[in-house]
Design a protein around this ligand. Structure first.
Ligand code: G3P
Ligand code: MG
Length: 242
């Protein structure tokens, strides 16, 4: 079974070209034609913020934990090239229906606020088929599914033992998101036999892009959406997952 051309998912926007998880990164992913973008969310001081790490040192000029900050103070930090740490709301505004969005629930306690925000966005014309919510955190993802059963969810897996565990629970998910070393023809067959997409992260090397495309995966998370389009025959088009 095939689900159509390879899906190009801009990782943290277009993290290889612009500061990851910033609005500049989202704009770059749009410019490069990514079908959708993946971003990481945490809940800080009552706001959904988009950043990968709980600590600030790697990607900002701040230090310490995001949870030690008030939202207003977090927003004064430089997340690279003078970009602010964005909110999830701003990500939706910047996308403006031009690409799908994969929200990764990175922080604890994000399921409920993300569900609320999605409800709001759906009431403002967003198509539910252009939103996919994922997490490594099973409890957070299950909570989200309880709140928004109609929104697609993807299970993130980065180790062989975790993969074994999740295979038996695959039925509740739209997609399985695995690290490149876990991708195999057998796993693709297993997922496809159950009607599930298999997406692979984070794939930047041209040889890996070609290898995984030939293997038959459904989509790639990449910091360089331009490479995926240059190397594969996938057509730049947007708003997939439908
Ligand atoms: O969602 C795919 C990928 O982003 C998962 O790993 O650490 O980059 O969030 P990470
Ligand atoms: Mg992520």
């Amino acid at each position: 079974m095939s689900f159509g051309p390879l899906l190009c998912i801009g990782h943290r926007g277009a993290g290889g070209h612009a500061p990851e998880n910033t609005l500049a990164s989202i704009r770059k992913a749009l410019e490069l034609g990514a079908h959708c973008v993946e971003i990481d969310v945490h809940m800080v001081d009552g706001e959904l913020v988009v950043i990968h790490d709980e600590r600030l040192e790697r990607r900002t000029n701040g230090s310490g934990s995001i949870h030690d900050y008030k939202f207003a103070d977090l927003r004064t930090l430089d997340a690279g090239e003078r970009e602010k740490i964005p909110t999830l709301w701003e990500i939706f505004q910047t996308l403006n229906h031009r690409a799908g969005v994969n929200i990764e629930l990175k922080g604890v306690g994000t399921a409920e606020p993300v569900a609320r925000l999605i409800t709001d966005k759906l009431s403002r014309g967003w198509n539910q088929d252009h939103i996919l919510v994922s997490s490594f955190n099973q409890a957070e993802l299950t909570r989200f599914q309880e709140l928004k059963p109609d929104i697609k969810t993807g299970c993130l897996v980065a180790s062989a033992p975790a993969l074994q565990k999740i295979k038996t629970a695959l039925s509740t998910y739209f997609s399985l998101h695995v690290s490149a070393e876990l991708a195999s023809s057998e796993l693709i067959a297993y997922a496809h036999a159950r009607g599930k997409r298999l997406y692979v992260f984070t794939v930047n090397a041209p040889t890996e892009i070609l290898r995984l495309q030939a293997m038959g995966v459904d989509g790639l998370f990449t910091d360089y959406p331009d490479r995926v389009f240059r190397i594969t025959n996938s057509v730049r088009s947007r708003l997939r997952w439908v």
